[in-house]
Design a protein around this ligand. Structure first.
Ligand code: NAD
Length: 360
């Protein structure tokens, strides 16, 4: 039995609605397992701008130091869209990841068999897909310097720098290897080593880490163009994929679309373990359905399951949540985003309730 402290950032749009459902599930897990969860509520995103003028106020940064994990729903919306870049809710999210040194973004893409027809790909291609994209999150071309415009050049010129240090690559490859070890021990590293020095550097380090520290892992390599193609052609060949910030951004979005709805996809952003992990759905604040009790809470509840498994080592509790969700979907319960025409549509609250009932 253990006691854990969680910072809850319920954010904007559908955020508060799906947070309520995740917390109902957490309460049940607490009751069933005997573990204790202490919840602290914090401000983040548009709501934080409204209340404090800052999307990630100091009070929230202070709270980060007191907790074991952070559960964030979604932030942003039209109300804050026209603010200057530096004041937008999304800037708060980048700062939050930096505060937590969250260099590894884990995005599982699992196709529920009963929803295989919701995907744009054929059932036989995607049925059984269960893969994990590990994306480097705090370095690479998105952060590399120098960057910007070259005012000395003969014509208008702009540039960015794809920069990685050895320790940055080592830690993300190690993280991907650790994930592969608890899955099928297969890891595919994606790069563009035929063209980019930084990719050859990445590949050499991947080989060194896997060979020396994880000899049981079967490591393969793909060029990113081929990986993008293979993800659509035969996604079942993959288990864990690891890639740089830019390539991982694109591949993780591509992989997520295999499953049919963005409302089903959780994620984790992790550092070296010395700071709390951040867990959040892949989707945004869905302003078009906010406040209408229409959102699918499953991505949020699965993010909670990831938190239990990764940050708290509560594997059986996490599996219980996943199994309940699978069962609920197999029984035909649907929110609007995953319903076929004519199917009964549940509200956010009703979906949370049937998941809790199944869990119980
Ligand atoms: P979005 O993910 O919010 O919505 C895209 C579409 O998916 C919408 O039609 C929406 O209704 C639907 N959708 C999303 N989540 C759903 C759910 N749980 N259940 C049912 N349907 C769902 O993306 P967007 O519309 O591009 O962005 C809206 C706002 O969210 C913007 O301000 C954007 O910056 C922000 N955003 C935040 C995050 C985050 O908090 N991590 C991520 C992406 C976008």
């Amino acid at each position: 039995m253990s006691s854990k402290k969680i910072l809850i950032l319920s954010g904007d749009g559908i955020g508060p609605e799906i947070t309520i459902e995740a917390l109902k599930v957490l309460k049940l897990i607490e009751k069933k397992s005997g573990n204790k969860f202490e919840l602290i509520e914090g401000l983040m995103g548009g709501i934080a701008i409204d209340k404090t003028g800052d999307p990630l106020p100091d009070s929230t940064i202070k709270q980060l130091k007191e907790v074991d994990a952070v559960l964030l729903s979604a932030i942003g919306g039209p109300k804050w869209e026209n603010l200057p870049q530096a004041q937008k809710p999304e800037r708060g999210l980048l700062r939050l990841r930096k505060e937590l040194d969250a260099f590894a973004n884990l995005r599982p893409a699992k196709v529920f068999s009963c929803l295989a027809d919701s995907s744009t790909l054929k059932r036989e291609v995607i049925e059984g897909v269960d893969l994990l994209v590990v994306r480097e999150l705090t370095s690479g071309i998105y952060f590399g310097t120098p960057r910007g415009f070259d005012s000395q050049a003969k014509e208008k010129t702009c540039f960015n720098t794809a920069l990685y240090t050895e320790s940055e690559v080592r830690r993300i490859i190690k993280c991907a290897c650790e994930q592969a070890m608890i899955r099928s021990k297969r890891l595919c590293s994606v790069d563009k080593a035929n063209v980019l020095e930084v990719s050859q550097f990445w590949r050499d380090i991947a080989i060194s880490v896997a060979t020396n520290d994880f000899p049981e892992i079967e490591l393969s390599h793909l060029y990113v163009d081929n990986a993008a193609m293979q993800l659509i052609r035969n996604p079942k060949q993959f288990d864990v994929l690891v890639s740089s910030n830019l390539f991982g951004d694109i591949l993780s979005d591509e992989a997520s679309m295999l499953t049919g709805s963005i409302g089903l996809l959780p994620s984790a952003s992790l550092g070296d373990g010395s700071k709390p992990g951040l867990y959040e759905p892949v989707h945004g604040s869905a302003p078009d359905i906010a406040g209408q009790n229409k959102a699918n809470p499953i991505a949020m509840i699965l993010s909670l399951a990831m938190m239990l498994e990764i940050s708290f080592q509560m594997k059986s509790e996490a599996k219980l949540i996943e199994k309940s969700i699978e069962q609920v979907l197999e029984q035909g319960y649907r929110t609007g985003d995953i319903a076929k025409p004519g199917e009964k549509i549940l509200t956010t609250t009703e979906m949370g309730d049937v998941i809790c009932k199944t869990l119980e």
